[in-house]
Design a protein around this ligand. Sequence first.
Ligand code: SF4
Length: 423
Amino acid sequence: MNRRAPEAGDNKGDSLGLYLHIPFCARKCLYCDFLSFPASEETRRLYIKRLSEEIRACGRRAGMRERIVDTVFIGGGTPSLLLPEETEALLEAARASFRVDAGAEITMEANPGSFGRAAAGRLRRAGVTRLSLGLQSACDGELARLGRIHTCRAFQESFDAAREAGFDNVNVDLMSGLPGQTAESFGKTLAFTARLGPEHISAYSLMIEEGTPFYEAYGAMKADLERYGEWEDIPPGRRAAYQGTLPLPGEAADRGMYHMTKEFLMEQGYGRYEISNYAKTGGECRHNIRYWTGSDYLGLGLGAASLMDGARFTVTRSLKEYLGRTPEDFRLGKQYRETHVLSVREKMEEFMFLGLRMIRGVEAAGFSRRFGTRLEAVYQKACAGLMEDGLLASSGEGDEKRYYLTERGLDVSNCALAEFLFD
Ligand code: SF4
């Protein structure tokens, strides 16, 4: 299923990943701050037209035809809201404009409330090789509190439809730290998911993001939990303010779910290859590995981010502006709202803090290849300090040498990775 995944430092510029953003959702989930919203059929149709034009125009830019596209990721939003012929049109535009490898990993995100048998068959025939299904929780009460549009049963039907259509590479997204969630209910979600046997599982903790209905409902409670640790430790007077709101799991319960995920999924035969991502052998997501290894990707569509030739740039987040663009605007790059050319120091930081998210860590020789200097010469102090604290370890010698976060380092990854920032 998988070819060799890229290594940090491999950035030869000869391969490329494409990300296509579909910003539409049937309804906004209560915790979501992604660039997504409900839209009319007419808007959706015009958007697909513009996105196809952007794909074709970008494919005509100098140097693009020299690159082999070996991963395509259609994300959102809810790409499964598109009609199958719209997805087919996007893939056709990508194949006509870029050199998409015959063995490319082509992922599409799908929401169980909007994905059935007929669509699954057509998408498979259109060349989608990998499906990413958002379950989040197998408990209907938790799904309803998240504002998800599906039940656990609807998820099961979508998963079965994917298998019947021949999808043998499926990811399931899960979330922990949900309001009212307990170790027991989370255990049920993990067991339900493992029984289905997807090739890949992503498991993230709920983040309470500003500007979402969840922030209004839980922002203050979250701050109190961070201050006091557990629900029971919040002074009764403050707790009274949250009357009628189901409590969020406290720090210890949250950590418990994190450890449970790791232990349970590994027992079930999943390898942990990134802090929050697990896969059966060969089921690792090649597209996401691009992000963690600093390999080039081109983002197309509203708000999509790119990393190309050492620069990060982002498409406008204004739908009106995007829909008003012409093919010539796209060719000239007028859809981008900002471009940032990374300095060498920023590239080094990214090499370390993205690469170390992967369990295999970073290759010292890859650092030398990319920056012309030894990793130890730049990060001697950070590496020594983290190794002394038991958060970082190394293996191999010479060209084989790697640095990776230990179990303890992964548990406190935010603090450990911050050591690789220069300022
Ligand atoms: S389906 Fe995904 S992108 Fe859409 S609102 Fe829910 S979480 Fe956000």
